[in-house]
Design a protein. Structure first.
Length: 207
């Protein structure tokens, strides 16, 4: 299946994409992961998007579209994929329609304040790329997996999270109507535990 995961930043798209990747045996295509990898390696692309991402703004469409187009040409995408974080605008969605035909767009609907709490409480380990939440760390500042020092990513500060949500509602939210008109939209309640939300996604996909 060729699936798009929609939802605000922090709605759980990445977590659900990983689950679907394992169950459906198709790759997860995350533009955020691609950009962060390039940031860490300080590639020309990473340097190009560094300041943009730190401000909570979206990477320009032309850059993102070309990256996704090239990624979907790779052999592991022949039997399907999970798009996580793309498209993020009508321009990107319309561009995607010119080179790919998706099966459905799953929209994770999550309360805004729950998202702010979820994202601003995240802690990241630069050494092993692990992500954790303060609710389970009990004031611990070192990574439970490798012992590295945990940090707050620039795009996870509360101020930046609220800016990301503002950008989302202005730019990405219209995609819900776009895919609804195509008859490809599946909306899922994204509030609750991981297992609960994932069960809802599987249920709508089976239908």
């Amino acid at each position: 299946m060729k699936i798009i995961l929609l939802g605000a930043p922090g709605s759980g798209k990445g977590t659900m994409a990983q689950r679907l990747t394992n169950d459906l045996q198709v790759p997860q295509i995350s533009t955020g992961d691609i950009f962060r990898k390039n940031l860490k390696e300080e590639t020309p692309l990473g340097l190009q998007v560094k300041d943009i991402m730190a401000r909570g703004e979206l990477v320009p469409d032309e850059i993102t579209i070309e990256i996704v187009k090239n990624r979907l040409r790779e052999d592991d995408c022949k039997n399907g994929y999970i798009l996580d974080g793309f498209p993020r605008s009508l321009i990107q969605a319309e561009a995607l329609d010119t080179f790919e035909l998706i099966d459905c767009a799953v929209n994770l609907d999550v309360d805004e304040e729950a998202i702010v709490k979820r994202l601003s409480g995240r802690r990241f380990c630069p050494d092993c790329n692990g992500t954790f939440h303060v609710s389970s760390l009990e004031n611990e500042t070192l990574c439970p997996s490798c012992g590295g020092k945990l940090i707050i990513r620039a795009d996870d500060s509360e101020e930046t999270v609220r800016e990301r949500l503002r950008v989302y509602y202005k730019t990405t939210f219209p995609l819900i109507e776009y895919y609804q008109k195509q008859g490809k939209l599946l909306t899922v309640d994204g509030n609750g535990g991981i297992e609960e939300v994932y069960a809802r996604i599987l249920s709508v996909l089976k239908k």
